[in-house]
Ligand binder design. Structure first.
Ligand SMILES: [Zn+2]
Length: 410
């Protein structure tokens, strides 16, 4: 029997990392424990529904879970919560080629005709397994008419049919369809769990990778296991058998957090000239302007978190040892100015997406950030002024009232 996590032997068809290391059982599904438990319980208690909706961001394991669930139900040694991954059925479901588990891409089969065809096939019994299982990916792409046609099947499904719908966008699914599904929300995978999985994969591939490098990759994947594995794969071909932080930065077009801190320090000290020189040095060494803007935004975001008293766990871009500097700079700038700085970089990043002049936009943002006045002291001043204004206005009203009283005839 194949171990569920071991990569299949290499053949002449090279398979990408994300596919090769796709989880084959609930046990190896990372970061979705609550879903694995609920689906396993349903199988153990013989309470499997006829329609499921898996929602969540891309690359968090929706389609993998759908396949695992299908194997649980149709494995020749099942129904079971631990499919054998060895029988013909399990193996053909794993590669998406089973006769009774039909995977449909909702984006390219979105019309009424495709769903009508599905409806006429639904009545036909499965050819060799217990259930006929339809996995519809990106189901939100179906047209309204297609949904209506699907609804008729969902209302009275034959006992041998199961539906598993996957979507990144559940809001686009009609409520009538939603209400006939058991819904499972997949969470973004935590950074530490992604990093751990990347470590297992690099070990299996015989590549040594530093913890810091993998953490950096995992953070960049932003909760998507698949994205993290695609990045890792690029690094495999980029680095050979050793992966360092520097190489990850090179691949991502980013710079290390120390150099981001240097630019931030220059901004805090309103050293416009120094800020531009540091940006120039970074861009000359291959850093991408858009990435650097994002890193600066992230750095000031962490400064904001520290400024309002958050602890190390809430830092996204910096780490524990950076806290004293963040504290000092945060105090120097004041909260309002930090917020304005974040806004300045965010605006620049948005504009960079439609501009050919990323570098200039980054520089303009940096100069603007250097020029931000100490907003906290300005707002204190404005408050003081308006308080004084109210005072004088109030005293004027008082005087007028007094005058009116005087002029009123007795
Ligand atoms: Zn099996």
């Amino acid at each position: 029997m194949n171990s569920p996590d071991a990569p299949p032997p290499q053949d002449d068809r090279y398979q990408v990392v994300a596919l090769r290391y796709r989880p084959q059982s609930f046990g190896s599904l990372v970061g979705q424990g609550h879903i694995a438990t609920a689906l396993s319980n349903a199988i153990n208690q013989n309470r499997v529904g006829h329609a499921y909706l898996f929602t969540g961001a891309r690359g968090v394991g929706k389609t993998s879970s759908a396949r695992i669930f299908a194997k649980c139900l149709n494995c020749e040694k099942g129904p079971t919560t631990e499919p054998c991954n060895d029988c013909d059925t399990c193996q053909s479901i794993s590669v998406g080629e089973d006769v009774d588990v039909l995977e449909i891409d909702g984006a390219s089969n979105r019309g009424i005709d495709e769903i009508r065809q599905l409806r006429s096939n639904v009545a036909v019994r499965p050819s060799r397994s217990r259930f006929k299982i339809y996995i519809i990916d990106e189901v939100h792409m179906l047209t309204q008419q297609a949904f209506n046609a699907l609804l008729k099947t969902l209302e009275e499904p034959p006992g041998h049919v199961k539906f598993i719908f996957c979507t990144t966008d559940p809001q686009k699914i009609p409520i009538t369809v939603l209400s006939r599904c058991q819904r499972f929300d997949f969470s973004p995978v935590e950074t530490d769990k992604i990093a751990l999985r990347l470590k297992e994969i690099s070990d299996t591939e015989g590549v040594s990778a530093s913890t810091e490098a993998l953490q950096l990759l995992a953070r960049r994947a932003n909760g998507s296991m698949r994205d993290s594995q695609s990045l890792l794969e690029q690094l495999f071909s980029f680095c050979g058998d050793e992966i360092t932080v520097q190489e990850v930065h090179q691949l991502l077009g980013t710079t290390d957090i120390g150099r981001v801190g240097e630019i931030a320090a220059a901004i805090v000290n309103k050293d416009t000239n120094g800020t531009l020189a540091l940006i120039h040095a970074n861009l000359s060494s291959g850093v991408n302007a858009g990435q650097l803007a994002g890193q600066l935004l992230g750095y000031f975001r962490d400064m904001m978190a520290v400024r309002v008293g958050c602890n190390e766990d809430t830092l996204i871009n910096c780490a524990g040892p950076d806290i004293p500097v963040l504290e000092q700079h945060g105090q120097q700038l004041g909260l309002e100015t930090i917020l304005s700085t974040v806004q300045v970089f965010d605006n620049a990043i948005v504009r960079m997406q439609t501009s050919l002049h990323s570098r200039t936009l980054l520089e303009v943002a940096a100069v603007r950030a250097c020029g931000l006045e100490h907003v906290d002291s300005i707002s204190a001043l404005v408050k003081a002024l308006s308080a004084a204004g109210n005072l004088s206005a109030a005293s004027q009203v008082g005087e007028k009232k007094a005058q009116k009283k005087k002029s009123q005839p007795k």
